[in-house]
Design a protein around this ligand. Structure first.
Ligand SMILES: [Zn+2]
Length: 342
């Protein structure tokens, strides 16, 4: 059995805060001196207003902080400590490093090295392969959003191509195409479409546009993109040949009858599926995910070989997290446990 002391150095509390070492609270509040934000998604900025008041420092990558401002967070400038991937900061005897993860622009894993040689880490949300593996950890806390055995996308290596083909096909019908997804995934989708040669202009709401500018500034290749509020944006909408990038929860009044594609990780049966057709309107789903599926999450743990694994059961359903922990123990022989404790 793992010593209770191990878990005092790495745990998930009942607020969904990931606690590493003695000083760090990650992605939610615990009253500790340093708040770390793994990425800008709202389930990772929980109770930020409390941390803004009580923490001495708020640590995140530059793009994460820029994206949070675009999304409407007001951040206390005097407390912000932006750091680059791979740079370490020592807070007395505890050393923090943010390590790149492939999920959304700016997303990071968190590594903390403790004075007695103990190393603990948190993946945050991630895609794998593509995310650097944290090795030699005493405790790894992992996100297992798709941690159930059936959550495998066998087509995941071809999905970018299939998505681009679908968009090209729908555009060839002479109608605009709406692509719906979450912040971060929309920017990834635009960069995929450009890399596969889709040249139709992108039009989007102002907030999506500003987030896209953050993504471009930090290296994502996206061009010919316009805010719907700009003169060019309005002209392009008039022209009728464009791709409209919409947040998953938004209602679009701007665009008339058209083809709509929803990007979702919660689909495993096939890469693309038409779910609705009525006259000129058709709706599709595309299984483009910004999370590792079951197989990839297991692969990460297998390669990382932590001494102990903790599965975040706060952001993932308890049942999925429990199943993932069981699978890790059975397949890899690594002790695994779900936290927070019930
Ligand atoms: Zn996320």
């Amino acid at each position: 059995m793992v010593q209770a002391e191990t878990f005092s150095r790495a745990t998930v509390n009942s607020n969904g805060a990931i606690l590493l070492g003695r000083r760090f609270e990650i992605d939610s509040f615990a009253g500790r001196p340093i708040r770390v934000i793994s990425h800008f998604h709202s389930d990772h900025t929980l109770q930020l207003s409390k941390s803004k008041r009580t923490a001495n420092h708020i640590v995140a990558t530059y793009p994460t902080l820029e994206a949070l401002r675009v999304l409407g967070q007001s951040l206390p400038e005097e407390k912000l400590l932006p750091i680059e991937y791979g740079r370490s900061i020592a807070f007395e005897e505890e050393v923090l490093t943010l390590i790149k993860s492939t999920h959304v622009i700016g997303s990071a894993q968190v590594l903390v090295e403790l004075p007695d040689g103990i190393r603990v880490g948190y993946t945050g949300d991630f895609k794998f392969p593509g995310t650097n593996i944290m090795r030699d950890l005493d405790v790894l806390i992992i996100d297992a959003t798709y941690g159930d055995e059936f959550m495998v996308r066998p087509f995941k290596r071809e999905i970018d191509l299939l998505f681009s083909d679908l968009v090209a096909d729908l555009l060839s019908k002479g109608k605009p195409v709406i692509v719906k997804g979450y912040h971060g995934k929309l920017q990834e989708a635009m960069s995929i479409l450009r890399s596969y040669g889709i040249s139709a202009p992108f039009v989007m709401p102002e907030k999506v546009f500003r987030l896209t500018e953050v993504a471009r500034k930090h290296g994502l290749k996206i061009n010919d993109h316009f805010s719907e509020k700009s003169d060019e944006g309005r002209e392009i909408i008039e022209s009728g040949w464009f791709i409209y990038m919409s947040h998953a929860n938004a209602r679009n009044n701007v665009i008339p009858s058209t083809s709509e594609i929803s990007l979702t990780g919660w689909f495993f049966a096939s890469p693309i599926k038409k779910i609705y057709e009525n006259g000129k309107n058709e709706k599709w789903i595309v299984a483009l995910s910004d999370h590792a599926d079951f197989e990839d999450t297991i692969n990460y743990v297998e390669e990382a070989e932590p001494k102990t694994l903790i599965v975040d059961g706060y952001r993932t359903s308890r049942e999925v997290a429990e199943n993932f922990a069981k699978n890790v123990e059975k397949r890899l022989g690594i002790e695994a446990k779900v936290m927070p404790n019930q």
